[in-house]
Design a binder for this molecule. Structure first.
Ligand SMILES: [Zn+2]
Length: 608
């Protein structure tokens, strides 16, 4: 969620030819919304004008809007799902079922017009189904005008009023939001638990609210000198007349718009050199203030880290806002809970800020490819934490968690829709841990330098678009000149595991034959280290035949020998060295521990 000056590049993006086998296009939205909020009843009235551009090659006969707040009603799909899954989210459990009518959430559409003509529509749970009077032709632009009434639910999951830390309004997924239509068709998913996919465009939002409330969120405030509260230009005297203030925001080139409000927010800003202004909004609670002050220079380091290792943060502003129920990424901002240890506060900020890239600049469809935003985010944010907070082994936790999942019997492929895992735990480990391992292990497969280049080129080619898993794979292939389809397919679409073993080390005459075995179905190239009794070491690299090439050596000090390819179908592989066994101290598969082998016990040979 950060896009300024990018309207031009967005238009450009639609002309760019593609990584898929069709040419790339994406729909476009221009929202103008005006909201009147009653902070006593938590009800609000909204007017929405949506200019919708159909850049697809298809004629659209219907459209869909998400009405996310309808999830917070007894017997909604989110409620039923939470009460029937084996391991419910402790924040949700049966809480939705207990909401009274004045505590539920809703969005009720009271009128909808297409180019001035009234439309027929009806609401099915969290989705508004709309039959168009006139189809929208390819390349055509139409204007939808809508009136709606909303009620902010008691805070249960992500959005809502009065979260457990007393933040009044966490306004996420709060407006009727048109569903994305892309090369796969409509994505009018019901809101059951998680993950989003939105249309790129521009948001112009005016929020009329009690003048004592302080807001933060997506977009640049257009009238800072009428608002004050730390937004005004230095030296401006702000007089707030009347009972309400009109906060006017513009968020260019984003795919969502979020805001939060509280009468007790403190508001600090810090300027990133040659970068955006960071805003911090947090409750005036004495015990959290010190941590929130210390967080600010750390956040500067974090955003600099991500800008350096992925690509420049493209907006002028990013806000860290106390709100919600943990941490969640939004356009140009995040909502996080604020009562945390300092390490946890920096950790959650690092994670959510990394999502500014992996979701809000590189907008994968998280419902279908949840591992691409959670996994990539976890990978880069843990690396940033090791730099900024000197935390150790950025990938160790993810590898452990993945191996636990792979051996648990409850694993489902990463290509499972985010809502359709049998267990929340299996979703979490697949999306976050296995997703992080996907990237970390890609460094093992193509080399760390190639991985670093891949991330940057991915940003360059796919920013402000909706990249798919294959788009990412193609970038890695172009950078490394290695074939990677086997990796993407096996890792993300199956639960095949990696398990390689050293089965024998035999000397005949003066040569020693080393035999390895592939026990798992998942193929991998093999790094093998031999340590000799005289203290010297040698690396052997066994290329995987289907990669059609070798990764560059990343061990400058150890001699590396490239052996003949291992073809996947053969479970066994042998090679010989011209030394006798008594000269060998140790042989290790994957000495740097970068391959997610589920059984490391059989990866070593130790000469006793
Ligand atoms: Zn995340």
């Amino acid at each position: 969620m950060k896009r300024f000056l990018l309207i031009i590049s967005l238009i450009g993006a639609q002309l760019v030819s593609a990584q898929n086998n069709t040419s790339y296009w994406q729909q476009k939205v221009d929202y103008t919304m005006d909201i009147d909020m009653d902070v006593k009843t938590y009800q609000y009235k909204g007017n929405q004008e949506l200019v919708y551009t159909n850049n697809s090659p298809d004629t659209l006969h219907q459209v869909f809007y998400h009405l996310f707040f309808n999830a917070f009603q007894p017997n909604s799909e989110m409620d039923i799902r939470s009460r029937s899954i084996a391991d419910p989210d402790p924040r949700v459990k049966d809480r939705i079922s207990k909401l009274s009518p004045d505590e539920i959430g809703y969005i009720k559409v009271s009128s909808l017009k297409q180019n001035g003509k009234t439309l027929k529509y009806h609401t099915e749970g969290t989705v508004l189904e709309v039959q168009l009077n006139k189809p929208i032709l390819p390349g055509e632009q139409v204007t939808f005008k809508m009136k709606f009434d909303g009620q902010v639910p008691q805070q249960i999951r992500r959005s809502g009023r009065n979260n457990k830390e007393g933040v009044a309004l966490s306004m996420t997924q709060w407006y009727p939001k048109i569903a994305e239509y892309d090369f796969e068709g409509w994505h009018a998913d019901p809101y059951i638990g998680r993950e989003f996919h939105g249309v790129w465009g521009n948001f112009d939002v005016t929020i009329n609210i009690d003048k004592n409330y302080i807001l933060g969120g997506s977009g640049y405030l257009q009238n800072p000198n009428e608002i004050g509260y730390g937004y005004e230009t230095e030296g401006t005297k702000v007089k707030r007349k009347g009972k309400k203030l009109s906060w006017h925001f513009i968020a260019p080139n984003v795919h969502d718009f979020t805001w939060a409000a509280d009468p007790e927010y403190l508001h600090d800003t810090i300027q990133v050199p040659n970068g955006p202004t960071l805003h911090f909004l947090y409750k005036n609670t004495p015990e959290i203030i010190e941590n929130w002050k210390k967080l600010q220079p750390k956040s500067v380091e974090l955003i600099q880290y991500f800008s350096k290792h992925i690509g420049p943060y493209p907006y002028k502003q990013y806000s860290v806002i106390q709100g919600g129920d943990g941490g969640m990424e939004y356009a140009m901002c995040t909502l996080i809970t604020g009562h945390r240890s300092f390490g946890s506060l920096v950790g959650v900020t690092s994670h959510e800020m990394a999502h500014a890239w992996f979701q809000h600049i590189l907008a994968t469809n998280e419902s279908k490819h949840e591992w691409m935003d959670e996994g990539f985010t976890s990978y880069i944010s843990n690396k940033a934490m090791s730099k900024v907070m000197q935390s150790k082994n950025p990938n160790a936790g993810a590898f452990k968690s993945y191996v636990r999942l792979a051996t648990s019997g409850i694993e489902q492929p990463q290509s499972t829709h985010a809502d359709r895992y049998a267990r929340n735990g299996a979703y979490g480990a697949a999306a976050y841990s296995k997703g992080q391992v996907f990237l970390a292990q890609l460094g093992y497969i193509i080399g760390e330098e190639n991985l670093a280049k891949t991330l940057k080129r991915y940003y360059q080619e796919w920013k402000f678009k909706h990249p798919t898993p294959n788009d990412f794979k193609r970038i890695a292939e172009k950078v490394s000149q290695l074939q990677l389809d086997w990796y993407l397919t096996d890792w993300t679409q199956t639960t095949n595991v990696i398990d390689y073993e050293i089965t024998s080390v035999e000397t005949i005459n003066d040569d020693t034959t080393i035999t390895l075995q592939r026990n798992g179905l998942m193929p991998m190239p093999i790094d093998l280290l031999i340590e000799y009794t005289d203290g010297t070491k040698e690396l052997y690299y066994i290329p995987l035949r289907m990669m059609r090439g070798e990764k560059p050596s990343d061990s400058k000090n150890t001699k590396r020998t490239i052996l003949k390819d291992w073809d996947w179908a053969h479970p066994e592989y042998s090679f010989s060295i011209s030394k006798t066994k008594d000269l060998i101290q140790k042989i290790i598969i994957d000495p740097k521990n970068k391959m997610a082998d589920i059984n490391k016990n059989n990866n070593n040979f130790i000469n006793k």
